[in-house]
Design a protein around this ligand. Sequence first.
Ligand SMILES: [Zn+2]
Length: 188
Amino acid sequence: MDHNDTFRELMNKLRAPFPKEVQQPRSDGHGTYIPIAYYLERLNEAAGQHWSHERVGEPVFYDQDRLVHTVVKVTILGRSHHGEGFSKYQVDTSGKMINRHYAIRSATKDAIRDALTFFGMKQDSLSTDKRKEVNPKITKVDPQLNSERTCIKCNKELSIEEIENLLNLQIKFDYCTEHLPKHLRKKK
Ligand SMILES: [Zn+2]
């Protein structure tokens, strides 16, 4: 098998539609999205050690919107694409940023996902038929910012397990395992 076949096979795995179970309702009430954690899981399954990413330049902070912006370069089997990512950060009562590190990480993951779309991996991957039904206007409503879920206490990005746990417990707010209030931990 030559290099191109390997690349094509890997891309086929990456581009396969996501199962329905991993789609989460968007916070704006319009449709669904796939949490970043699933993209990364898919990427690691399909590409293993054949992918890497590096951040390009320094993260840029937009104080007014409380956003951090990063650019990354993702390389899969020697081919690269750039992606841009955003993440909202939270501030404490004195206006100081909470968990800068996680905000940057979160934006970086968003940028990796953006780069993956240039490899042909779909945002909001529904099955191909379903996608055609989606109103094109909806996709303009900032899919990136809605598609990440971070702990409301520490800003850490939630893992797949943590998102699933919140779903199981029917908890409306996003908490990481560490900050999940004790009284909410048991299913009612
Ligand atoms: Zn937390």
